[in-house]
Every structure is written in C-alpha cells, then in structure tokens.
Design a protein around this ligand. Structure first.
Ligand code: TRP
Length: 335
C-alpha cells in the first residue's frame, strides 16, 4: 500500500521559480511513489481575500494550469479544489471545539501573519477575523480528511502541522483512536532567493520570476539582478557565491561547461556581468520553454483543465467521505 501524501497551496497568484525549486520539483518526484492529494486551497485563500472572490476564482485555474505545465500528472495525482469537498468544512466545525483561542494566538505562523496585518492596516488587530484566526483548524481538516501520512511542506508551515497533530491527539483521546498523526515529509529542497538577493522569492516582494514570464519580462528582470557589489569594472575579479546571476545559473543552466567557465572566469575577472546576464536570460528561457509550451495546450483547452479538476475532486471526495463516516461514528453523530 502506498502512503498518502497531502499538500496544498493558496490560489492567490501564478507560480514562480520559488514554488518550482522550493516545492514543485519535489512534488514531481513524489507523484510516482505516493497516493498524492494536491489541494488548491481556495477556502484558505478566501480567509485573506474574502472581499476579492474574482481573484481567487481566476487563480484556481491559473494555479491548476501552472501545476500541469510544470509536470504534475493528473493520472497520478488527485488535483482538487478545496471548496468542492464539503467534508473539509464539516471537519473544521468539529475540530474547532478541540482548540483554544489562546492556542491559535500562540501559533507562530499565525502570530507572524497577525503582526504583518497590524503593520499593514495600522490597527490593533480589530480586523482579524474568526476565519483567519481559525485557518490552522481548517488546514488540520485538509490533512486529516484524506487520512494523510505525510505532508511535504517547508519549515514555515511546521507550526500548522504541529497544531494539526495536537488536534488529532485531542480528538483520539476524547472520541477514541480514529485519526492518524501526520508527519512532515522532509525533502532537500529549500527556499529560493530573490533576484534582488532577498532570502526569499515572493510575489509580495516583487522579486520573482514567474513560470509564465515571457522573454522580454525575463530579460528585464535578469538585467536588474544583484551581482557582487565589489565588482565595479568589467575586469575586476569577483565572488560568484554572492552573485544572484550565478545563483540562478546554477538552478536553471544545464550546460555544465558553461557553469564552470562562469565561475572560474568571474573569479579571475575574465568576464563581465552583462555577458553573464545575457547567458542567464538564454538559459532561463530554455528552462521555461517546455513548461510554457505545455501550458499553452491547457490555455487553449480550458475544458481539459476543468475535466482534470473534476476528476481529482471526485477522487478526493470519495476518500473524504470514508474518513467523515469514521469521524461521525467516533463522535456518536452517525444518526
Ligand atoms: N497554508 C499553506 C500555504 O500557505 C497551504 C495549504 C493549505 C496547505 N492546506 C494545506 C499546506 C494542507 C499543507 C497541507 O502554503
């Protein structure tokens, strides 16, 4: 029996290289070995975007196309839309009795997000909704609805996973052994830096390269990338390890010889940054071309995308219904 893996992402924008190298690439490997549930978390996206439903709706399809273009295989992965699984909402209601408000406020991920909101809106937290504060409960429902063994997420999501495990333990101790405690699936992927040298590539940071970026956009972005600031003249020797252009070459450039040349020539002062950036633009376009070609197919065939989501959602729902039956029995509400 294959183990069950579940992960999700919020449909709030197109996927970028941070998603690809930080998570997606790993998902492509997992799809062969696990029973893989991949959730487009529109309900969770609405906790932050309830006043912008058009944005969430549009991005459900954008993210689906990005994932398929990237190589997520709908024959292997159950790619589904969260709001189409009512059992998740149902579980969220029952789990909400098992977690205190104080505990949610102490969740480090929630805490960070609340302080960001306070900084943004300049109030004392009056705008924090019940739904937002409770999204870790809903995420616990996401995971347990499919009896997930493993959750491949980055460290920033660990407090949410820990909260899920606590809910599971509480549930089992009150209603009897019913749910499984999920574990983090560790992978060797890590956070991807931004073109500006920021530790994280992110939409809100304005430093991302999107899978859908065309050649002109990529060219502009790469030309503005941060290089070794100690290098002033073209023939100054420099340190490629602090250069974002070299960093991205290592991610996308498949030409080993060119990579080695870049490193040694840069150290000797035998190449200029403009040449290096031009080569990166080429390598980046080569890397993105097959993804964009594949995406084009789905853009031209939106009904295919809908079919894939319908199929994945149907499969996911079948599993959630079985799990919900177990929960109802345990809670003595199986009237
Ligand atoms: N909170 C996750 C994020 O912001 C997305 C998510 C929703 C998720 N449901 C999930 C991740 C379940 C793992 C498991 O990226």
């Amino acid at each position: 029996m294959k183990k069950t893996i579940l992960t999700g992402l919020r449909p709030t924008g197109n996927l970028h290289l941070g998603h690809y190298f930080g998570a997606g690439q790993n998902w492509l490997k997992l799809q062969d070995d696990f029973d893989f549930y991949l959730e487009i978390a529109d309900v969770q996206a609405l906790t932050d975007n309830f006043n912008n439903p058009e944005k969430v709706r549009l991005n459900v399809y954008e993210v689906a196309k990005d994932l398929l273009a990237m190589g997520i295989n709908p024959e292997k992965v159950h790619l589904f839309v969260q709001s189409k699984i009512p059992e998740i909402a149902e579980l969220t209601v029952f789990y909400s009795n098992l977690v205190t408000i104080a505990r949610l406020h102490r969740n480090p991920t929630v805490k960070t997000e609340i302080s960001q909101k306070k900084a943004l809106f300049g109030n004392d937290g009056e705008s924090i909704t019940y739904g937002f504060l409770g999204y870790p409960v809903s995420q616990a429902a996401d995971i347990t609805a499919f009896d997930g063994d493993l959750v491949p997420v980055g460290d920033d999501q660990l407090p949410l996973l820990e909260q899920c495990r606590e809910i599971v333990r509480k549930f089992n101790s009150i209603y009897g052994e019913t749910l499984k405690e999920p574990e983090q699936y560790l992978s060797n992927t890590s956070r991807v830096k931004g073109l500006d040298g920021n530790d994280k590539m992110g939409k809100s940071l304005g430093n991302a390269i999107y899978l859908v970026d065309d050649e002109e956009t990529i060219s502009k972005k790469v030309m503005s990338a941060v290089t070794d600031t100690n290098k002033i003249k073209k023939d100054d020797p420099a340190n490629p390890d602090v250069c974002m252009v070299y960093y991205y070459h290592k991610l996308v450039n498949k030409d080993e010889d060119q990579l080695n040349n870049i490193c040694s020539e840069c150290k000797k002062g035998a190449r200029g940054c403009v040449q290096c950036k031009k080569e990166l633009i080429q390598a980046m376009n080569n890397f993105l071309k097959p993804i964009q070609d594949k995406r084009k197919y789905y853009e031209e065939n939106p009904e295919e995308v809908q079919k894939i989501l319908d199929k994945g959602t149907k499969e996911a729902r079948e599993k959630a219904i079985v799990q919900m039956d177990k929960v109802r029995k345990a809670m003595k509400i199986d009237y």
